[in-house]
Ligand binder design. Sequence first.
Ligand code: THU
Length: 136
Amino acid sequence: MKKDELIRLALKARENSYCPYSSYAVGAAVECEDGTIYTGCNIENASYGATVCAERTAIFKAVSEGKKEIKAIAIAGGKRGEEPDGYAFPCGMCRQVLNEFAMGDAPVIVAKSQEDYKEYALKDLLPEAFGPNNLA
Ligand code: THU
């Protein structure tokens, strides 16, 4: 896993966040099975429910480019224009979407900075997940 690179790119992706309503800027970076990395930011909308999270932006970019196996993800979030002052955990919907394309032991990294981060396994953030196997 390219941990340092994922964190760096997640922090950088925050810069493109479109968050005029919450002022909470999130960036994410996903590493695919072949080592390629896709990034994403949260993109808000005046019709609030149309907002998409950074994680799903990154995952959908990967999948739409044909990369359906995600190895790891890094996420960074906090007040726009400032360094993150907390760990930005993925929302429930993003955990579910990640579960579709990642194995249960895939690392989910929540980063405040390049040096300050926590790492979890997806299955610990989404236990007893409903996933593709349930429909196989
Ligand atoms: N947000 C994300 O980008 N990822 C998450 O997992 C949680 C929330 C965004 C959505 C919205 O633009 C802002 O953070 C506040 O909820």
